[in-house]
Design a protein around this ligand. Structure first.
Ligand SMILES: C[S@@+](CC[C@H](N)C(=O)[O-])C[C@H]1O[C@@H](n2cnc3c(N)ncnc32)[C@H](O)[C@@H]1O
Length: 293
């Protein structure tokens, strides 16, 4: 297996912009070898056992590394991404969940944990995507129920399969998915208001922002850019409707671009929130905005 890892590494390190070839080689080996050996759930165990790959496993691993080296995200090749401690199905219909979005969820979970235990938590999400945020809310907080909007029918299908996997077959008794068109925003949540919690990682990339070629090629435009190319569209729209969306004592959590954090924070000062604050991501840059009502 060590020889195969070395072969994978030489393919992956030759890839332009290669960032974590070791971790990616190990993920490929774990996937390929664990098909036949499900007990090999961590790479540490794999190293200890040092299994001899079959010729089929070797071919599968090399094919995956070649496809990865051509620029396809490993998550699309493996069909999954870990978010917090669960593996979620992913595909090109929506954004691959990011570590920054884990910060968004954790900030929100900390706020929920300070509420009175068992208090009803009615939430709304804009931009369900693969379903990671709504799904984590349902799994971790039994008092949570809500609605989530999404503009891509293929992303809705993906989220439904993730919700069925992690939240049980009757997840739809706790979450209503609202299929919308890309030019709709918080007005679709208004009939379901008031909310104790709004959470969203909306499309927020500005045209002209530098984005990695791999992201531009493999992740959908509609998950990155707002439909009208106004990068602050969803934030401003929330601010204009916040007083009708939020229940007293509720809070809204948004993922935001750190480059425009100050401007977006200033916009939220007009929302009627009692307190607005910015929360840093793992690199120390402002990435989450919390507004308390
Ligand atoms: C940045 S992704 C976030 C996905 C997921 N919540 C996450 O955090 O990984 C934004 C999502 O919003 C969806 N979207 C785009 N325009 C929308 C709109 N007007 N209303 C609701 N969802 C929209 C996209 O299809 C995409 O799935």
């Amino acid at each position: 297996m060590r020889e195969l890892k070395a072969e994978l590494l030489s393919i992956l390190t030759a890839m332009p912009g290669s960032k974590s070839p070791h971790a990616e080689a190990e993920r490929i080996l774990l996937r390929v070898l664990s098909v036949a050996r499900p007990e090999l759930d961590t790479f540490g165990k794999l190293y200890l056992l040092d299994p001899v790959p079959t010729s089929l496993e070797r071919k599968q691993a090399l094919d995956l590394a070649q496809a990865r080296a051509s620029g396809v995200p490993l998550q699309h090749l493996l069909g999954e991404q870990t978010f917090l401690d669960r593996d979620y199905a992913v595909n090109p219909s929506t954004l691959i969940p990011r570590p920054e979005t884990e910060v968004l969820f954790i900030s929100c979970a900390e706020w929920i944990s300070k509420r009175k235990p068992g208090d009803r938590l009615r939430f709304g999400e804009l931009g369900l995507g693969s379903g990671v945020l709504s799904c984590e809310l349902l799994v971790r907080f039994s008092s949570a129920s809500g609605v989530a909007s999404e503009a891509s029918p293929a992303a809705i299908e993906l989220a439904q399969s993730n919700l069925s996997r992690w939240c049980g077959v009757d997840w739809s008794s706790r979450l209503t998915i609202l299929p919308v068109s890309a030019d709709q925003a918080f007005e679709v949540l208004l009939p379901h208001a008031p909310f104790d919690l709004i959470i969203s990682n909306p499309p927020y990339v500005a045209r002209g922002d530098e984005i990695e070629p791999e992201v531009a090629r493999h992740e959908p435009e509609s998950a990155l850019f707002p439909w009208n190319d106004d990068p602050d569209f969803f934030y401003v729209d929330f601010v204009t409707k916040a007083s009708r969306l939020m229940a007293p004592g509720g809070a809204a959590f948004f993922e935001i671009p750190h480059e425009r954090a100050d401007r977006i924070e200033a916009e939220f000062q007009k929302s009627g929130a009692k307190q607005v604050c910015l929360i840093p991501d793992l690199t120390g840059r402002p990435r989450v905005l919390r507004a308390e009502f």
